[in-house]
Write a protein that binds this ligand. Structure first.
Ligand code: AMP
Length: 407
């Protein structure tokens, strides 16, 4: 069902109206509360500019961190008001609350084209509980609701779902619209061949994604830690590599379904292996100085653990990628945080960048890997929502999207 978007709203809809926009200003802060990346604020600027240029009275609301329903100054959004003001060269008034008289007074005093940023929504536990009364209080300051926070759209919270019941019109912001367009087109109408590349630590996190993708893709590349459960299911020796024993049968079933559906599953054929860190050691720290080597076969000896795909696997994956027209990628091919084990992820990222295909990268770890590798602008779309993009690809309806007005 197509949803109302900000681009469907023109000056006559917005001028003089109180436009409440849920944004994702959940920015990283250092110990002195300095914003270390303002990407999320920048990402909301197209919607912000559109609304104020059309004379809307813009009320912005977001969460920041996990204050768990308490007013904790270290999670105040005051720093974001300052940063947004700097970025757009306009006054952004910060209000110390997100509901109540102080907000009402500030909203009443607004002029057309003005901007307010409300205090952290999660200072109230009612936000995450999707409390109806709290939703009503938020909606009391809104003529129109816009959601530009894709990253929280998979959660039914007061500011993402509840309050839409008390507002006449609810629209997707530009960022949200872009996410729905690219993820939606990829699932509904992909250029073929369509392949998905899945990696990361666990099979269990990705079972539903795989199940939904199996009826859509022509091929599935599996790398990273999750590949070892599949290799084990195929009877390979995997040494001390990551393996979810209780998911071996699931892996077998997935491979059988893939066969029935004529979907090729591609697994690593060689590996970079490291000497397993002793138990009790911090995995990542130990891995940085661990002895490692390349094994040019798909089996791994005891005492060693697969930490990246090998060079033949890179060639194999590259070849498949180069023949594809649509590619979805979620999850690194190895422990990419450690330089010597980041090659597989880097090479797959490069192959995507050079493929000429429509390339969609799921959020979370894959988005940070792509960013670390400076490949973000080479992709068709890098999702801003980790959990949200995964639930979307699982085929689930996101409550924050379902709640928007149908066109
Ligand atoms: P996920 O959140 O499931 O996408 O997993 C991402 C994490 O998987 C990253 O922190 C990687 O270091 C980790 N990872 C990828 N490959 C492996 C591997 N072969 N062994 C252990 N961890 C891995």
């Amino acid at each position: 069902m197509a949803k109302l978007s900000l681009s469907d709203l023109n000056e006559s809809d917005l001028k003089g109206k109180r436009v409440f926009m849920r944004v994702d200003f959940n920015v990283p802060l250092d110990a002195d509360r300095v914003i270390t990346s303002d990407n999320r604020i920048k990402a909301a600027i197209p919607s912000i500019k559109y609304i104020i240029e059309k004379g809307g009275r813009l009320i912005l609301a977001s969460h920041l961190g996990r204050p768990k329903g308490e007013k904790k100054p270290e999670f105040s959004l005051d720093v974001c008001a300052k940063k947004l003001s700097e970025l757009i060269g306009k006054d952004v008034k910060f209000v110390n609350d997100c509901v109540g008289d102080e907000v009402k007074n500030a909203v009443d005093a607004m002029k057309d084209g003005g901007i307010l940023l409300l205090e952290n929504l999660r200072f109230y536990k009612q936000e995450e509980k999707n409390d109806a009364d709290f939703s009503k209080q938020l909606a009391a300051n809104a003529d129109i609701y816009v959601n530009d926070a894709f990253g929280t759209a998979h959660r039914a919270h007061a500011s993402t779902e509840g309050m839409t019941k008390f507002v006449k019109k609810s629209a997707a912001g530009f960022l949200m619209e872009k996410e729905l367009k690219f993820l939606g087109e990829m699932l509904e109408n992909p250029k073929k061949p369509f392949i998905a590349i899945l990696g990361g630590a666990k099979v269990s996190d990705k079972i539903m994604v795989i199940e939904n993708l199996l009826s859509k893709v022509d091929g599935l590349i599996i790398g990273g830690g999750m590949a070892y459960t599949f290799l084990k299911a195929k009877g390979r020796e995997i040494g001390d590599s990551l393996c979810e024993k209780d998911k071996i049968n699931t892996a077998k079933e997935i491979m059988k379904t893939a066969l029935d559906k004529n979907v090729a599953i591609y697994l690593p054929i060689d590996h970079i292996v490291a000497k397993t860190p002793k138990s009790g050691e911090d995995f990542m720290t130990a891995l940085k100085s661990a002895e490692y080597k390349e094994v040019l076969r798909d089996s791994i000896d005891d005492g060693w653990e697969g930490v990246d795909i090998g060079k033949n696997t890179i060639d194999k994956f590259r070849n498949i990628i180069s023949k594809s027209k649509t590619i979805f990628w979620n999850g690194p091919m190895g422990v990419f945080e450690v330089e010597q084990f980041s090659k597989g992820t880097l090479e797959v990222g490069k192959a995507l960048a050079e493929s000429g295909a429509v390339t969609v990268v799921g959020g979370g770890d894959s988005a940070s890997a792509i960013k670390k590798l400076k490949l973000s602008d080479k992709m068709t779309h890098v999702s801003t929502g980790g959990g949200a993009s995964m639930e979307f690809v699982e085929g689930k309806e996101l409550p924050g999207v379902a709640a928007l007005t149908n066109k």
